[in-house]
Design a protein around this ligand. Sequence first.
Ligand code: ACO
Length: 401
Amino acid sequence: DVIEVSALTGNGYFTYDPGFVSTAACESKITYIDGDKGILLHGGYPIEQLAEQSDYLETCFLLLYGELPNADQKEAFFNKVRMHTMVNDQMSTFFKGFRRDAHPMAIMCGVVGALSAFYHDSLDITDEKHREISAIRLIAKMPTLAAMTYKYTIGQPFMYPQNHLSYSENFLHMMFGNPCEPSNVNPVLAKAMDKIFLLHADHEQNASTSTVRLAGSTGANPFACISAGIAALWGPSHGGANEAVLDMLNEIGDASRIDEFVARAKDKDDPFRLMGFGHRVYKNFDPRAKVMKLAADEVLAELGLENDPLLKIAKRLEQIALEDEYFIDRKLYPNVDFYSGIILKAIGIPTSMFTVIFALGRTPGWIAHWNEMISGSYRIGRPRQLYTGPVQRDFVSLDKR
Ligand code: ACO
């Protein structure tokens, strides 16, 4: 029947590849991953070296322009980002339309998409300068919007960005600061925050980036496309996993219950999965997870939280996964979300904001891919389908159904 309908509609032959496991949808120069070897390169530079020697904004430049900036370019880029950290004052009214108990990702989908209503002057996607200013605006305003989202959900006044602070210090200041007091951000935590942003900055054609490309292929404006990316990121199989990891650790609650949850993860009749384990591309240790693990140790030592009970559960789970045949056979290693949740919790970021932090970090990657597509030759993205519904039939009137 399928073949008959296929022939009937003139579909011809095409590849059937659910989940795009082996289908490339584009060419890209931005990021390279070798999942078997655990390699991740941005513009050819290993993620470990960028995490050690670069910083988030410099990595944003690399993703957007394909090269590391020289000193002048770096300063000019940082200044441009600083100039655009404020959002239009009417945005605060827009926030007020949301329930206070709304999930922060629900608010982020709305407020980031709404930027297209406030920045009409940069919506001509055929103009390189417009695309560039939109990119800067998005990178600059994401921390402001993310912090506003948090402040709104806890009923506190919004904080103004302080542009003498670094990108990550400013974010922590807007998250946890008090408008009546000078900023007081712990530099160790700001450094860890910067590392989290950097490690999330891009990961080639993941679900959210592919969503941004697909939305962008229709000619939609960049703010709308990034909003689509945020929506795709929200799911627990993607960016929502960092929140799900902490929920899972809390649910396990005590080391004595770990075996029960590991058994559930292996039971094919139980939909439960160990959150923060496994990756579509990495069949080896996620290189970002290695860096994140070290950063977690630093932050926990700084805050004196080495004996945190949830951390102990996390470490035990990691050990089991590395020794257990089920996880070894399926090459299920801890992924970046496993450790980022632990750091974010230690910094004091509430669990519901975890995926927002991921969205903030991933923004330059989304924009870089969108821009790469728009500035090259591209066609509207239009996947095919394998039709398995009824063959053609005559309409049945209501009295005969
Ligand atoms: N716990 C238990 N078993 C798992 C897990 C897990 N976390 N992940 C995969 N498996 C098993 C599957 O049941 C399957 O077993 P089977 O071959 O016996 O049927 C096998 O491993 C392969 O799994 P798939 O679902 O086919 O792998 P896929 O590449 O489609 O999915 C994914 C990858 C979604 C990341 C998956 O590993 C998962 O759900 N992990 C937990 C959620 C998570 O941490 N997501 C974050 C991803 S990283 C990121 O977005 C930054």
